[in-house]
Ligand binder design. Sequence first.
Ligand SMILES: *Cc1c(COP(=O)(O)O)cnc(C)c1O
Length: 375
Amino acid sequence: MTERCRQETFVTQIGNRKDEPFHAVSTPVYFSTAFRHTEISSNEGYDYSRCGSPTRDVLEEAVAQLEYGDKAFATASGMAAVHLVFSLFHKNTHFISSRDIYGGNYRLFAMLQDKYGFEFTYWEGDCYDTLASNIKENTQAIFIESPTNPLMRTVDLVKVSNIAKQYDLLLIVDNTLYTPLIQQPIKEGADIVIHSATKYLAGHNDVLAGLVIAKGEKLSKQLAFLHQSIGTVLSPYDCFSLIRGIKTLALRMEKQESNAKQIVPYLQQHPLVTDVYYPGRGGMVSFEILDEVYAPLFLKAVQLFTFAESLGGVESFITYPVTQTHMDIPEEIRNAYGLSNRLLRISAGIEHANDLIADLNQAFDLIVKEDVKQT
Ligand SMILES: *Cc1c(COP(=O)(O)O)cnc(C)c1O
């Protein structure tokens, strides 16, 4: 296989032609935590599975290539991946983060602020003129989610990375929502990419996993040391499940994006919807319902969409960010940047678009009826 075939070809072939002894097409799962030595200072490439395992290597090598990085590190969750990256820094370091981010990231940053004296400044994410004015003497990195979550604004990573380079800062991008099929942040100048692989990459709501991808030898070495020292590694079986998930990523993404693109115009024309947020790519759509009181009714009324707290899987989900994914962001901060109690977030799955739209439609009809009854 050539070095750079198309991404959809590459993902399908992960692990194939890797198993030397038996030519297994599907990546073998090595459960052994220990590997026998024949003599002192000699091994067959592995000695203890926290420090490296053959199954994890297949995953990490593939993901590094998929994200145009040099090294990848598979972790036990997306949050473990974010924490691993922030363990690169010393106390009293200052960071700039896009403001509209996953609530779990916000919660972790608050913890790092309290315990390790890290400092975070939240920046709009698409106001490039104001970015540099937030940089301080102790600033070391910029953390970006693009599209932002849940308001789905895209951030111009090239513009941000130019500023990062100018001030000698690292650019860290959480690429969970777009995946490397839509956006390759390292190609746009990022130094580190993070994934909650639990979402699109695994894709079936049955694997909790994270990934860190690093550009350059220095960061790769530092992260390799921290990964094995802290031990936030992904188990061999989960590595196998994640590889299997990634093989169909291109196929799923195409369908999820196509479903999202059909849901968007339906929502836009609906009288009970005031705003629809869709960045033009991917399978995530947020919208604001006319009145806050409709949100709980709507979540009860859906029958095909699952009211659940995740995204990126084959089943369509609907989430209420303010009580779920983003509940750790204080209400006044949320309101200040437009994350209102009227916002619902859809993760389009791979079902038939007409069935998804019919489900949304019957849910809207039901809340109108409820409303008429009450008034
Ligand atoms: C879910 C999510 C995370 C956290 O990942 P887990 O796998 O749940 O630990 C981080 N960033 C984003 C954008 C997410 O959606």
